[in-house]
Design a protein around this ligand. Structure first.
Ligand code: F0G
Length: 458
């Protein structure tokens, strides 16, 4: 069998119902053609995100009942720290309520106005958190990542020559840290190789810069290393993870992804002085450092979920299911980003809707059409999410890629759901000429895609 079947059976079900096309047409108009503003109950297959949408195991639910809700020193905190350290290995571990709060803490302590933070590709919250500190987020991903059809086993890699040039140019204190996002979400959930991480780590040491990893999908990244990188075949995932994190000085983590829970995150770092400053801020923003904005029961679910997330059988099924959907679409001639990444299949909206100019947000138009026609929710990662409007001319500057991400929640949907999604997209592709473009009627200055309102262009 090419793709392993589900390594679990279903003990609890949550009914999902299909609305009519007329209902969805009304709802998407009321939502201002923004899928974030839709009621989730009107969605049949929700592929908006793989973040916080996982199904927990019976073992995790059992752990929930063992929640110790002490304000300080909860037993679940100690289990959480032990579980995190067994995989990530860093000295100081601070729980947070999600990944972006870990980023906020780290950048508050390290980034000053004008500082440059290089990354293979910043995710939107990471970029916004750097900008919030008046820093400059810089993406240095390899060239191959900009070509949706280019096959590359580690298409999320950092361009290390560009990184070294930056480090040579800038004063040491203008680059407070180097970051790497694994897997590289914004370019298609593409993995980063151990070799590339080793090289970035060596540059960080050579130029005396701290090196941090945005670790949300580290387990999927480690699985790709095991499957694709010479020397790692047959190696244990947890062992690969430990080697990987030993190259860095710390990480930010949203356990809503590979931690297999619905809420939570952490900041882990070796530097004691930075850790102390971050812990002080944590108390101000999130809570006492042994709970960090989470309930004791959440910490227990994370402690257990992290261990399940590095299980090789689970990862083979998980990445296999995403690739199963990718294969169904690819075989039907649908333009997708290749190779398929770890957590999502990305549709290439420029090719799917070539009749729409960038100014009419083809990615967003495709996401809305998918909802209206098939009750599937996906997310645009293109001109609406990353475009910038020049305040003087009012003209939009667009990112290279115009994608629609079908993010697959972990352990939630079956292969039949994947078939339904594939068939619906093939049907939409047949009728693609009927999809209309969109224009923005309202937008916020930062992270505009969450709240923007749009209308159809006739
Ligand atoms: N870094 C990456 C690479 C992410 O993908 C995300 C979240 C975060 C940081 C922030 O974590 O949501 O817990 O605060 N990504 C979600 C997504 C939202 O849909 O890709 P958070």
């Amino acid at each position: 069998m090419r793709f392993p079947p589900e390594p679990f059976r279903i003990k609890v079900v949550e009914p999902v119902r299909k609305t009519t096309r007329e209902q969805r047409d009304r709802l998407i108009r009321e939502a201002g053609f923004n899928v974030f503003r839709l009621p989730a109950e009107s969605i049949y297959v929700d592929l908006l995100t793989d973040s916080g949408t996982s199904a927990m195991s019976d073992n995790q639910w059992a752990g929930i009942m063992l929640g110790d809700e002490s304000y300080a020193g909860s037993k679940n905190y100690y289990h959480f720290v032990e579980s995190v350290r067994s995989i990530f290995g860093f000295k100081n571990i601070l729980p947070t309520h999600q990944g972006r709060s870990a980023e906020h803490l780290l950048f508050s302590v390290t980034v000053r106005p004008g500082d440059v933070v290089p990354n293979n590709t910043h995710f939107d919250t990471t970029r916004a958190n750097v900008l919030h500190r008046q820093g400059v987020p810089m993406d240095l991903v390899i060239e191959e990542a900009h070509d949706p059809e280019r096959e590359h086993p580690f298409k999320g890699n950092m361009n290390t020559q560009k990184l070294e040039r930056l480090l040579q140019q800038e004063d040491a204190d203008r680059v407070p840290l180097i970051m790497m996002t694994i897997t590289n979400n914004s370019v298609g959930g593409q993995p980063v190789s151990m070799e590339n991480l080793r090289c970035v780590s060596a540059l960080a040491k050579k130029y005396h810069r701290p090196f941090f990893i945005d670790a949300c999908r580290f387990a999927e990244n480690c699985y790709f290393i095991q499957q694709r990188e010479p020397g790692y075949s047959g190696r244990d995932i947890q062992e690969i993870a430990r080697e990987l994190f030993s190259l860095a000085d710390g990480c930010t983590m949203s356990v809503k992804k590979d931690g297999l829970v619905n809420i939570g995150g952490f900041l882990a770092l070796n530097d004691d002085a930075w850790a102390e400053q971050c812990a002080d801020l944590l108390i101000l923003l999130e809570g006492f450092p042994t709970y960090g904005g989470l309930a004791g029961r959440d910490l227990e679910a994370i402690a257990r979920g992290l261990q399940e997330g590095v299980d090789e059988g689970y990862l083979a099924y998980r990445v296999g299911q995403v690739h199963y959907l990718g294969d169904l679409l690819d075989q039907a001639g649908i333009p997708i980003v290749k190779p398929v990444g770890g957590h999502a299949v990305f549709l290439n909206a420029k090719k799917f809707l070539p009749h729409l100019p960038r100014e009419q947000f083809p990615g967003q138009a495709l996401a809305c059409a998918l909802y209206r026609e098939a009750a599937i929710r996906a997310i645009e990662i293109g001109g609406l999410m990353f475009g910038v409007r020049d305040p003087h001319s009012g003209r939009e500057q667009f990112p290279e890629l115009e994608l629609v991400r079908l993010a697959i929640p972990r352990r939630v949907y079956t292969s039949m759901h994947m078939q339904y999604v594939a068939e619906s997209i093939v049907e939409l592709y047949r009728n693609r000429k009927a999809v209309k473009g969109l224009r923005i009627v309202h937008q916020a200055p930062l992270l505009r895609h969450f709240t923007a309102r749009l209308e159809e262009v006739d």
